[in-house]
Design a protein around this ligand. Structure first.
Ligand code: ADP
Length: 734
């Protein structure tokens, strides 16, 4: 099919030209429009089309000729072409494929991909540059203009310099001596692969050679770069980036990072390595910055992007390498709006366009490890920390036999070790993945548990701000003096610890020590987080009490003791990945100790020291944990040995919701290798006044899960009062 077709005036048989357009509406297919005479459109062009009484934006996905009879279908015509940089065909194909994979209407999916174009377009400016055309018969004044145009300039500027009128410049262009170009005054700094290459150690060099061999093949492949924390994975994957930058002038590279890591040291490392600050893409960019980056990527001016998950949907023209750092990180799964797993879709894109993806992690996901074991992914390992740094000693503190004193959370043994570390003038990290003061507030008189209005989730006490906050909905209120249920005065009690409560205990036990909290509450933005990291690096902090905000990415050379306050925390809740996530988070947190020359130590407080997660952490035996976890998943045929989809129904009217979910349950197609569980009340059954029900679909790997789900939910007309969300490969089961 031609990319672009134009009607020729003198063609004998008049043919119509049709554009198939992804229109920005929740419609599950592309729509056909006629291309009016005089308008030339190609794949990826932005257009405005009529739909009902509205004029709606769309992207041309296909252009084809249609015989005259097509007019019988009474196709409406495209209204106009919108002057934004066209979406490169490969990116558009990928977006449409990803929309189908996530069962999202193409227009809805594309609306997200075009979010970079919300800000109005800056006016385009043109410059004129000298071409190669020999200019021996021109007049001196014309030659003067050509000489000035060795540095491309605007027509007005060239005319001024040559002492001629604008029309002379235009004529020179018409005759091929000058070329009109878009002014790229807004150029992006070019990363220089040779700026400051590292000296790799032997293991790193070997790993780099394996990655080089993969790169050289120039075909699809996914490689797991599997190395302990501090082994130099970043150094190694930056060499792959350098190689791709060197390959040719227009190859594009994407480095995906968990959102949280973007604010930290990685950026300065990239700048130090390539001598230019990388172009970033994340949620904190302004609309104007987004448009600039979007256009820069679409036109190929941006070679290297470092971004959070949605950067995968930038309009790359020639993407040849994707690096996904901390590939196991749950933030690659988008949970609101369009639900997608960026890591999996990155592999999809590489597979489609035939290039290399590198997945880096010290604690790879079960999915990736299983793929590596089965040979579907390459597997490159870095077994040792760089230099003399050693992995920390890890020990368990059994809270059943050594409980903390009543009203405290740190056991005697942990307190002793903190004391000794402080005496040696080294730093301590106390890890508790819970923001605020206490996760639950209840009334001593009537037993009422405080929840957000019309929501089933507990309010968390934040003492720093004297508020009760719902971490699910964002609702917050001043802590009341009386119980809202029974009216008793001063009866509300905080139950359990959050980081603020641990800080209180630390200040009481170690009044001399300088302690502070590292959580998203104390470091809401990049500046505050950088300032805190600097204080730790400069030894202005002795004890850091941290949530997962601090668990990864940082190197604190003087930090030698990590205490895990509640190692059992992540195991509760019991969803599919609870043990896996818990293992990853604790391995990352304990990995913060002893990153430089000093030996490190990590202590885990637990009530279940016999749990395979605790045993594997203590023995630093990841393989043992993986084998244990894989066995359980394999038995249940759960991911990665089977696939899941969740159907989430919600509505204000509980009876109506129940009725609809029962009707839907009756329509489950009988398909071998696919089972449907539910409907069940969601674990958080009420959120902001909306009742919630869930189905879980489990399919064998070789089944068409998406086909099954769309046939099933497509078989019933959903009442408008019920909302239905499909989540392919769900990570949240709440
Ligand atoms: P990882 O990504 O595996 O956690 P990093 O790449 O962050 O490891 O390396 C850990 C630390 O060791 C960093 O401070 C890094 O600069 C340093 N490092 C690693 N490899 C080298 C090397 N070859 N030369 C110099 N410093 C290195």
């Amino acid at each position: 099919m031609p990319d672009s077709v134009q009607i020729s005036e003198n063609s004998v048989e008049k043919r119509l030209v049709r554009a198939r357009v992804a229109v920005m509406t929740p419609m599950d297919r592309l729509l056909d429009y006629l291309i009016p005479d005089g308008l030339t459109l190609g794949v990826g062009d932005h257009v405005r089309v009529p739909l009902g009484n509205a004029r709606i934006r769309g992207v041309v996905a296909e252009v084809c000729e249609a015989p005259e009879e097509a007019s019988a279908f009474k196709l409406k015509a495209v209204l106009e072409r919108i002057d934004d940089p066209p979406v490169p065909a490969k990116s558009l194909e990928f977006w449409l494929k990803a929309a189908a994979w996530t069962l999202t209407p193409p227009g809805v999916f594309l609306t997200g991909c075009l979010s970079g174009l919300k800000a109005p377009k800056a006016a385009t400016q043109y410059v004129y540059a000298r071409t190669d055309k020999v200019a021996d018969k021109l007049k001196p004044r014309q030659l003067g203009v050509l000489e000035a145009a060795l540095i491309p300039q605007s027509a007005a500027e060239l005319a001024r310099m040559g002492g001629v009128s604008d029309s002379v410049v235009k004529t020179l262009e018409k005759n091929g001596f000058l070329q009109k170009q878009v002014r790229t005054g807004d150029s992006f700094p070019t990363p220089d692969p040779a700026f400051k290459p590292p000296v790799l150690n032997d293991n790193q060099y070997a790993a780099d050679q394996l990655l080089k061999a993969e790169w050289d093949r120039q075909v699809y492949s996914t490689v797991l770069l599997d190395g302990v924390t501090g082994s130099g994975k970043t150094e190694v994957y930056l060499e792959s980036v350098a190689r791709a930058l060197e390959a040719d002038g227009d190859t594009q590279i994407l480095i995906l990072l968990p959102e949280i890591a973007l604010t930290t040291a990685v950026m300065s490392r990239l700048t130090a390595r390539f001598g230019a600050e990388p172009v970033q893409w994340h949620s904190a960019l302004s609309q104007g910055q987004r448009r600039r980056v979007w256009e820069g990527v679409a036109t190929g001016r941006v070679r290297l992007v470092v971004g959070a998950r949605s950067a995968l949907f930038l309009p790359f023209a020639k993407l040849r390498l994707i690096i996904i750092d901390e590939e196991h990180d749950a933030s690659y799964k988008q949970e609101d709006g369009v639900r997608y797993q960026a890591r999996d879709l990155a592999v999809m894109r590489a597979h489609k366009d035939g290039f290399l993806v590198v997945l880096a992690s010290a604690t790879p996901s079960m999915e990736t490890l299983t793929n590596a074991q089965k040979g579907r992914y390459g597997w490159v390992r870095l077994e040792n920390r760089h230099g003399t740094a050693q992995l920390p000693d890890i020990d368990l503190i059994d809270l059943k036999s050594q409980p903390p004193e009543k009203g405290f959370w740190l056991s005697d043994r942990l307190v002793r070790e903190i004391q000794e570390t402080l005496v040696r003038k080294e730093q301590v990290l106390l890890f508790l993945n819970r923001r605020g003061y206490a996760p639950l507030v209840l009334c001593r008189v009537c037993g009422e548990r405080m929840t957000a209005p019309n929501t089933d989730s507990w309010l968390v006490e934040h003492r720093a701000t004297n508020r009760l906050v719902c971490h699910l909905t964002g609702f917050s209120m001043k802590k009341p003096e009386r119980c809202p249920h029974c009216g008793a005065l001063d009866s509300l009690t905080a139950v359990g610890p959050g980081v603020e409560r641990i800080l209180e205990e630390v200040q009481e036990r170690f009044p001399e020590a300088r302690a502070e909290i590292f959580s998203s509450d104390t470091t809401p933005d990049a500046e505050s987080s950088a300032a805190l990291i600097k204080r730790v690096e400069d030894n202005q902090t002795d004890i850091l009490i941290a949530t997962q905000a601090a668990a990864k990415g940082h190197n604190f050379p003087n930090l030698t003791l990590v205490g895990i306050v509640d190692a059992d925390l992540g195991l509760k809740g019991g969803d599919l990945r609870a043990a896996e996530r818990s293992f990853q988070l604790l391995a990352q947190a304990t990995g913060r100790a002893g990153r430089a020359t000093k030996a490190g130590r990590a202590l885990l407080q637990t009530y279940t020291p016999e749990h395979p997660v605790m045993q594997a952490l203590k023995a630093q035996d990841r393989d043992a944990f993986v084998a244990y976890e894989q066995m359980g998943r394999d038995m249940a045929r759960f991911p990665p040995f089977g696939r899941l989809a969740a159907i989430i129904l919600s509505g204000k009217d509980r009876a109506g919701l129940d009725r609809f979910s029962r009707e839907l349950a009756l329509l489950v197609p009988n398909t071998e290798g696919i089972e449907v569980f539910g409907p069940a009340d969601a674990p958080i059954a009420l959120v902001r006044g909306q009742w919630r029900k869930r189905f879980l679909v489990r399919a064998d790997r070789n089944r068409d899960l998406q086909g099954f789900v769309s046939a099933w939910v497509g078989a019933i007309k959903k009442p408008n009062a019920v909302r239905l969300i499909v989540d392919i490969d769900p990570y949240s089961f709440m």
